[in-house]
Design a protein around this ligand. Structure first.
Ligand code: 5GP
Length: 196
């Protein structure tokens, strides 16, 4: 007797891909951390970057910090599901890790920029994309200066980038304005709950 095709309910559930982008300083890390606390089974993709670690950042937890040569080799070997140059540094997501994690039925949170999101949408058109925006560019400038992790030149570079990113927010399925952190956190968690 031929085997019957596995019914949809027999097949293991494949994970979902959530993509979150925001201009830096829009509160993305805080909101993503709240989501990660709320949904402890959500797999967070640790990106590879050629950027130098900031104070307190840990290799393997915040990023995998690699050399330019290692990153370039990853490009030629097709190791990245997406990669981009952001603020002068290279960032990429492991294609193997995404494939394995989705196959294992786990949902994934990707914190990547707009260029990366375009590439992810080509590979995974069903990805759930969320853009977090600050109330205004001026508010963003204030936040970046208060954060104090970048000098003035770096802040200006991030603002130029923010303007470009804001102009592409239409790519995203959901747009969340972070003018009040408590409200934005509630909205973000509700959004994930709706899909999971
Ligand atoms: P930061 O250097 O401030 O941690 O991150 C700068 C920007 O790079 C952020 O917008 C962040 O979302 C983005 N980014 C981090 N990892 C990746 C990645 O793997 N791919 C892409 N395309 N962007 C990333």
């Amino acid at each position: 007797m031929p085997h019957r095709a596995a019914a949809a309910e027999d097949r293991p559930r494949k994970g979902q891909l959530f993509v979150v982008s925001a201009p830096s300083g829009a509160g993305k890390t805080t909101l993503c951390n709240a989501v990660r606390r709320q949904f402890s089974d959500l797999a967070y993709s640790v990106s590879y970057t050629t950027r130098k670690p900031r104070k307190g950042e840990q290799h393997g937890k915040d990023y995998f910090f690699v050399t330019g040569e290692e990153f370039e080799e990853g490009i030629s070997r097709g190791r990245w599901a997406e990669w981009a140059r952001v603020h002068g540094n290279l960032y990429g997501t492991s294609a193997q890790w995404i494939a394995d994690t989705l196959t294992n039925g786990r949902d994934i949170l990707l914190d990547i920029d707009v260029q990366g999101t375009r590439q992810i949408l080509q590979r995974f058109p069903e990805a759930i994309t969320i853009f977090i925006r600050p109330p205004s560019l001026e508010a963003l400038r204030q936040r970046l200066l208060e954060r104090g992790t970048d000098d003035h030149a770096a802040v200006e570079l991030r603002l130029i980038n923010a303007r470009h990113e804001m102009a592409q927010q239409h790519l995203y399925r959901h747009i969340l304005v972070n003018d009040d952190l408590h409200r934005a956190t509630r909205e973000m968690i509700a959004l994930f709950e709706a899909y999971r």
